[in-house]
Design a protein around this ligand. Structure first.
Ligand SMILES: Cc1cc2nc3c(=O)[nH]c(=O)nc-3n(C[C@H](O)[C@H](O)[C@H](O)COP(=O)(O)O)c2cc1C
Length: 363
């Protein structure tokens, strides 16, 4: 079976053994979470998006957002902006500072704060500008590969993903990630995998398909039917880094591994907390971990009350205790373990707007 659905991708001098990527998510895919996903079989990670202007401004926070650990490579840094010259200078700076394995250009963010500045998905309405940005960024960072992540169009009446893909390829992009929604859809409705397939078939460079993948079976089906070289998983990985391990295993063997049990999820949440403390310090780590901790418990027996408690945690020890007490309670309960597990739908409190997407970028 599907073992051959994921073949290595050569991106310049970088070899991506397993093109199963963690999709960039502002406020979520910082290095602690990327590391956990890598450990669970994710083959490719990208930072959350960083503004070209913020990069050139050189703030401490921007540096934190772009920091790449050696163990997470191959890894890219994603940038956004609307001006080809500023984007090129920012990309060159990023390469000088962090030596990413590739630079990814964001043409998908639907947030008004970004699109009003003509960046993110707004570039889909300006294909010439989009193409020029790719061309100048490619020139500025060569030989470091440049990739582009975009949506299928601005709205249902202007789906132009194939045109954008061909232009990006012509301008020197070496890989594309396509989120199968329009900007108008934000995160609602469903990703259109027919259009993703059209894109995959219309360019020679590898295309990663993206949108609504949560289970190993869905991943296999999308790979089988679209011609995509790989996939990017976003919300399906929230509180669920195991989605990578389970998908790889399924693609290689056809066997579906069980969902992780409560102990494994709590252990991972605790480890995530420790990594977050290293990344942001105790105060911010606890606040940022509240959403992750709740996602880790999603679908577990009797977790609703614990999820409420999590939101009151102020200190690391409080959060640890809440999680460990949950584990004890669930162990006492005869329904120990996962039921029904997080693998069947997206986290119900996953952002359906782009607030998180924007607030992080603005910090
Ligand atoms: C909270 C959040 C933040 C996001 N931030 C980014 C980002 O910084 N850059 C980007 O290209 N896409 C971003 N996205 C879009 C995701 O990468 C992905 O394209 C989208 O969620 C669809 O994939 P999924 O259904 O697997 O989640 C974000 C999505 C979410 C939910």
């Amino acid at each position: 079976m599907p073992g051959k659905l994921l073949r290595p991708i050569q991106l310049g001098s970088v070899r991506i053994e397993r093109p199963l990527a963690l999709a960039p998510m502002a406020g979520v895919t910082n290095w602690p979470f990327r590391l956990l996903c890598k450990e669970k079989g994710c083959g490719l990670v990208v930072t959350e998006f960083v503004s070209d202007k913020a990069i050139l401004f050189d703030s401490k926070r921007t540096h934190e957002m772009m920091e790449l650990l050696d163990v997470e490579r191959p890894a890219g840094i994603q940038i956004f902006g609307a001006d080809a010259d500023t984007m090129a200078r920012a990309a060159a700076r990023v390469v000088e500072l962090e030596r990413p394995d590739f630079v990814d250009i964001n043409m998908g963010c639907p947030a008004p704060k970004v699109t009003k500045g003509r960046g993110g998905s707004s570039l889909l309405k300006e294909p010439d500008t989009a193409e020029e940005i790719v061309r100048q960024v490619v020139r500025a960072v060569a030989p470091v590969p440049v990739t582009v992540k975009f949506r299928i169009g601005w709205d249902a009446s202007s789906i132009n993903a194939v045109d954008i893909a061909r232009r990006a390829e012509g301008a020197g992009a070496q890989m594309l990630t396509v989120h199968g929604r329009t900007r108008e859809q934000q995160y609602g409705g469903q990703a259109d995998w027919d259009v993703i397939g059209q894109v995959a078939r219309s360019v020679a460079i590898p295309v990663l398909g993206n949108g609504d993948i949560v289970t190993p079976q869905q991943a296999a089906q999308r790979l089988e039917t679209t011609g995509c070289a790989g996939l990017a998983i976003g919300r399906g990985a929230m509180g669920n880094p195991w989605v990578f391990q389970r998908t790889v295993h399924y693609l290689e063997t056809g066997e579906v591994l069980p969902e992780p049990d409560a102990r494994e999820r709590v252990d991972t949440a605790l480890r995530h907390l420790d990594l977050m403390i290293e990344y942001r310090g105790e105060y911010l780590a606890v606040r940022e971990m509240r959403k992750h901790a709740a996602w880790y418990l999603k679908g577990l027996w009797g977790a609703a009350e614990t999820r409420n408690l999590i939101n009151t945690a102020e200190k690391p020890d409080e959060l640890r205790q809440i999680l460990l007490e949950y584990l004890e309670r669930s162990a006492r309960h005869r329904h120990i373990g996962a039921e029904p597990g997080p693998g069947d739908d997206l986290p119900e409190d996953a952002p359906d707007s782009c607030d998180a997407y924007v607030s992080t970028a603005d910090e």
